[in-house]
Design a protein around this ligand. Structure first.
Ligand code: GTP
Ligand code: MG
Length: 470
């Protein structure tokens, strides 16, 4: 997929976020980058840029070539191809970050012949020019979007090429296998030893194990990248908002002794052991004629629907009843953690069992925790239960590589399906031609992750989700 883009147009963009700030950066990449800079830049002594020496920073001014007006005082960074982000000539103009200044410099570059870059176009060029593969390009985006230290660490690993290396290993094994199977097709009539089905199946099983391990990390990976939507639900006054506040360690939601306090959904993110949990505090369920409260309750139901995890609260100081069952029914099919709150009022295992027995017919909770949210450390146990659910028993990852992108996960699943077909066809004694087709499909799927076998449409779609200027 590498292409020589030296004859392509020169692109430019504002690479820093809009608004006032310390510095703003206008970035230019392409064969015209340096000549454009020469037209607008003069150094401290008023001289034009002569040498195009790379990796230099020059102090000077940007001058409008038509009006000779000074636009801003800047630092100009020159980087020469091929050792640049895009592998093309790159010029960066560090100016004062005012909305008008950066836009003015950008407009100047465009008027002189540069084209405004599309989202992610600098990174796309780095990929097309062969500096990084597609998985690494996507890691750049994950790096920028990282919501926790763990997400950052994984994105850094992927940018460093660890996922790509793992894919390379998989591809080599698949290619080796494919070569052996195809040799069997070509020389089946002659005195040649085709790969026996036992050996073939053993090797395919090894690759399947490898794929299985990677796919397994995808569940956690998704949560690390996107966070885990976690709805806090229950009757009014059971302590939902108190729970949110305890988790956040601040008074985010209003807590009062009066039922029906929370009316709208309140969302806040907390990092628990590197996983961003997006908690939704909701309006308590009860019968109400009040239109505002009714709307709040409708939103509570919606929150359950979109949640990856539901924290269902009950008040131990009351007895379980049909209403509690109804609430449990709302979260059927969801991953649920039961929380028995106000343990300080009734610390009785019998009461907890009563609740449990009432609810168990409706839901199968992943865990049960009892809490007293009046205590400052009332959520310590709950937090460890929550992270334990994501890491399923262990803390942290067993795999050195974690798959965080849905696109990668789908490709790995397709490779697995194709290899499962190879196993099945081999066991059924089908001919090598069939095996070879599915092996090629597995290879193709793995290649899509690093970008060797990806279509132009998919490529455009991937880079469209990048931010402008990256
Ligand atoms: N004794 C005791 N009181 C608690 C506990 N947790 C919360 N409360 C109290 O219960 C009352 C209701 O708490 P909230 O957090 O507002 O309850 P909620 O579920 O958000 O209520 P709504 O928003 O009305 O649905 C407040 O007076 C809290 O101080 C607890 O563990 N023990
Ligand atoms: Mg509330």
């Amino acid at each position: 997929m590498t292409a020589n883009l030296s004859d392509q147009d020169t692109i430019c963009s504002i690479s820093t976020p809009p608004g006032q700030g310390g510095i703003g950066i206008v970035r230019v990449s392409g064969s015209q980058a340096l000549s454009l800079a020469r037209k607008v830049f003069v150094d401290g002594s008023g001289r034009r840029l002569k040498s195009g020496r790379g990796y230099t920073i020059r102090y000077g001014k940007i001058i409008d070539p038509e009006t000779r007006a000074v636009v801003d005082e800047v630092l100009l960074t020159v980087m020469r191809a091929p050792k640049t982000y895009t592998r093309e000539d790159v010029v960066e103009i560090n100016c004062h970050s005012g909305v008008v200044i950066v836009r003015r410099i950008m407009e100047l570059m465009v008027s002189l012949g540069a084209r405004p870059a599309e989202p992610g176009e600098f990174t796309k060029r780095a990929f097309l020019n062969g500096r990084i593969d597609l998985a690494q390009a996507e890691a750049v985006m994950s790096l920028i979007a990282a919501k926790s230290d763990t997400a950052l660490r994984i994105a850094m690993q992927q940018l460093g090429g660890e996922l790509s290396l793992r894919m390379k290993g998989l591809k080599e094994k698949l290619l080796h296998l494919l070569a052996e199977v195809e040799v069997s097709i070509d020389f089946s009539e002659e005195d040649c030893h085709p790969i026996g089905s036992a050996i073939l199946e053993k090797r395919v099983r090894e690759i399947l194990d490898d794929l299985g391990g990677l796919i397994e990390t995808g569940r956690q990976g998704k949560f690390i990248e996107e966070g885990l939507v976690t709805a806090i639900i229950g009757k009014t006054n059971v302590g939902k908002s108190s729970l949110l506040n305890r988790l956040l360690m601040e008074d985010r939601a209003i807590v009062t002794p009066f039922p029906g306090t929370t009316r709208d959904v309140i969302e806040s993110t907390v990092n628990i052991e590197g996983i961003p949990f997006r908690f939704l505090d909701t309006a308590g369920f009860r019968y109400s004629e009040d239109p505002v409260e009714k709307e709040g309750i409708r939103r509570s139901r919606n929150s359950i629907e979109k949640a990856d995890l539901v924290l269902m609260l009950f008040d131990l100081s009351s007895r379980p009843n049909e209403e509690d069952r109804k609430i449990a029914r709302l979260a059927r099919g969801k991953e649920v953690v039961l929380i028995f709150n106000k343990k300080d009022l009734v610390d009785d295992e019998k009461r907890e069992k009563e609740f449990y027995n009432e609810l168990i017919e409706e839901i199968r909770p992943k865990a049960t925790v009892s809490t007293c949210l009046l205590h400052e450390n009332g959520v310590v146990k709950l937090k460890s239960v929550l992270s334990g659910l994501v890491f399923q028993g262990g803390s942290g990852f067993n795999e050195s590589v974690v798959v965080t992108r849905t696109r990668h996960l789908h490709a790995l699943e397709e490779a697995r399906k194709a290899l499962n077909r190879v196993m099945q066809h081999s066991q059924e004694g089908m001919s090598e031609e069939f095996l070879s087709l599915d092996l090629r499909e597995a290879l193709d799927a793995v290649g899509r992750i690093t970008g060797e076998t990806v279509s132009e449409d998919i490529l455009n779609e991937i880079f469209r989700s990048f931010c402008i200027g990256k």
